[in-house]
Design a protein around this ligand. Structure first.
Ligand code: SF4
Length: 65
Protein backbone atom coordinates (compact mmCIF):
# COMPACT_ATOMS: atom_id res chain seq x y z
CA UNK A 1 0.00 0.00 0.00
CA UNK A 2 1.03 3.52 -0.71
CA UNK A 3 -0.02 6.93 0.64
CA UNK A 4 -0.72 9.94 -1.56
CA UNK A 5 -1.07 13.39 0.02
CA UNK A 6 -3.14 15.88 -1.96
CA UNK A 7 -1.15 18.96 -0.98
CA UNK A 8 -3.52 21.35 -2.69
CA UNK A 9 -6.24 20.17 -0.27
CA UNK A 10 -4.14 19.94 2.93
CA UNK A 11 -4.66 22.72 5.48
CA UNK A 12 -1.72 21.56 7.65
CA UNK A 13 -3.94 20.90 10.67
CA UNK A 14 -1.60 18.14 11.88
CA UNK A 15 -4.26 15.51 12.63
CA UNK A 16 -2.39 12.90 10.58
CA UNK A 17 0.93 13.72 12.24
CA UNK A 18 -0.61 13.46 15.72
CA UNK A 19 -2.50 10.25 14.98
CA UNK A 20 0.29 8.37 13.19
CA UNK A 21 3.73 9.99 13.59
CA UNK A 22 5.34 6.70 12.51
CA UNK A 23 4.25 7.56 8.97
CA UNK A 24 3.31 11.25 8.71
CA UNK A 25 5.47 14.23 9.51
CA UNK A 26 5.97 17.86 8.54
CA UNK A 27 8.96 18.59 6.35
CA UNK A 28 11.17 21.65 6.79
CA UNK A 29 8.70 23.77 4.83
CA UNK A 30 5.77 22.67 6.99
CA UNK A 31 4.38 20.38 4.33
CA UNK A 32 2.96 16.99 5.35
CA UNK A 33 4.94 14.11 3.96
CA UNK A 34 5.32 10.39 4.58
CA UNK A 35 8.32 8.41 5.76
CA UNK A 36 7.79 5.43 3.42
CA UNK A 37 7.22 4.90 -0.30
CA UNK A 38 5.50 1.68 0.56
CA UNK A 39 3.82 1.14 3.91
CA UNK A 40 5.28 -1.46 6.26
CA UNK A 41 2.87 -4.17 7.36
CA UNK A 42 1.24 -3.16 10.62
CA UNK A 43 0.81 0.51 9.79
CA UNK A 44 -1.78 0.07 7.07
CA UNK A 45 -4.77 0.11 9.44
CA UNK A 46 -3.65 3.34 11.08
CA UNK A 47 -3.14 4.97 7.68
CA UNK A 48 -6.60 3.97 6.50
CA UNK A 49 -8.03 5.48 9.68
CA UNK A 50 -6.05 8.69 9.12
CA UNK A 51 -7.38 8.94 5.58
CA UNK A 52 -10.90 8.72 7.02
CA UNK A 53 -10.41 11.38 9.67
CA UNK A 54 -8.43 13.90 7.62
CA UNK A 55 -10.77 16.93 7.64
CA UNK A 56 -9.75 17.89 4.11
CA UNK A 57 -9.96 14.40 2.61
CA UNK A 58 -6.38 14.99 1.50
CA UNK A 59 -4.97 11.50 2.16
CA UNK A 60 -5.40 8.64 -0.21
CA UNK A 61 -4.38 5.05 0.58
CA UNK A 62 -3.69 3.12 -2.59
CA UNK A 63 -3.42 -0.64 -2.88
CA UNK A 64 -0.48 -1.34 -5.19
CA UNK A 65 -0.66 -5.17 -5.21
S1 SF4 B 1 -4.92 15.56 8.46
FE1 SF4 B 1 -5.21 16.06 6.30
S2 SF4 B 1 -5.48 18.27 6.25
FE2 SF4 B 1 -4.59 17.78 8.24
S3 SF4 B 1 -2.35 17.99 7.96
FE3 SF4 B 1 -2.88 15.84 7.56
S4 SF4 B 1 -3.20 15.72 5.32
FE4 SF4 B 1 -3.30 17.88 5.91
Amino acid sequence: MKIVIKHEECNRCGVCVSFCPEVFHFDRKGKVTVRYWELPVGLEGDCKKVSEICPQDAIEVINIC
